[in-house]
Ligand binder design. Structure first.
Ligand code: SF4
Length: 217
């Protein structure tokens, strides 16, 4: 199967913010077979939530539960995400929009390959442009690296609000990583408290673009 990299919605090749609906993007995605992950998926996991959200949460790729149900962040990681959203940020899942960089599950939950990210990420880009949130919260290294265009590790980037283009970006751990290492739970909760403060205007959104090194020191 040859790789294609361009997502094109007829008549909307250069859509302005909020010009294209999530339904149009989902329609364009269709039964996508642009990369080999279609062969092993059960369901495409497009995204879920409020199409007018001020906050978009971005994860890496569907896991087994997500693949089975076609919904991002279900199972134990999803329950933890819902809990910190509500308890720490004062938000409900229906207040935000949740999507992954990859829409199909990599076999055995392996890391996304660069060519898979390249071919699938236009869908996420279009989703973000459709919703046009103020804040993007990235969950884990792959999502953070994709959004912030950096190779710096999540432990260096979390706990701070970055800015790229229009968006404030708040990186934190992936909830599944916190389930594997509960020492990270306090930091996850801190980051979600900061998310709530940003949404309520108690902490200002950054004005300056972030300048990040692209390599770990
Ligand atoms: S991962 Fe993305 S590009 Fe690959 S088949 Fe699924 S939807 Fe298409």
């Amino acid at each position: 199967m040859p790789m294609k990299t361009v997502l094109s919605i007829p008549g909307h090749e250069h859509p302005h913010p909020r010009e294209v609906s999530l339904d149009e993007i989902r329609l364009t995605l269709g039964d996508c077979r642009l990369c080999p992950l279609w062969e092993t998926r059960t369901n495409i996991v497009f995204g879920v939530g409020n199409p007018y959200a001020r906050v978009v949460l971005v994860g890496e790729a569907p896991g087994a539960n997500e693949d089975a149900q076609g919904i991002p962040f279900v199972g134990r990681a999803g329950a933890l995400l819902d809990r910190v959203l509500e308890d720490c940020a004062g938000l409900h899942r229906s207040d935000v929009y949740i999507a992954n960089v990859l829409k199909c599950r990599p076999p055995n939950n392996r890391d996304p390959k660069p060519d898979e990210v390249e071919v699938c990420s236009p869908y996420l880009r279009e989703q973000i442009r459709s919703i046009w949130p103020d804040i993007i919260m990235t969950l884990g290294n792959p999502a953070t690296h994709f959004i912030l265009r950096t190779d710096l590790g999540i432990t260096r980037l979390r706990g701070m609000v970055h800015k790229t283009g229009h968006f404030a970006v708040l990186p934190t751990f992936h909830p599944a990583a916190v389930l594997r290492d509960t020492h990270k739970l306090a930091e996850l909760e801190t980051d979600f408290r900061l998310l709530g403060q940003l949404v309520r205007g108690e902490v200002p959104l950054p004005a300056e673009q972030s300048v990040l090194n692209t390599q770990e020191e």
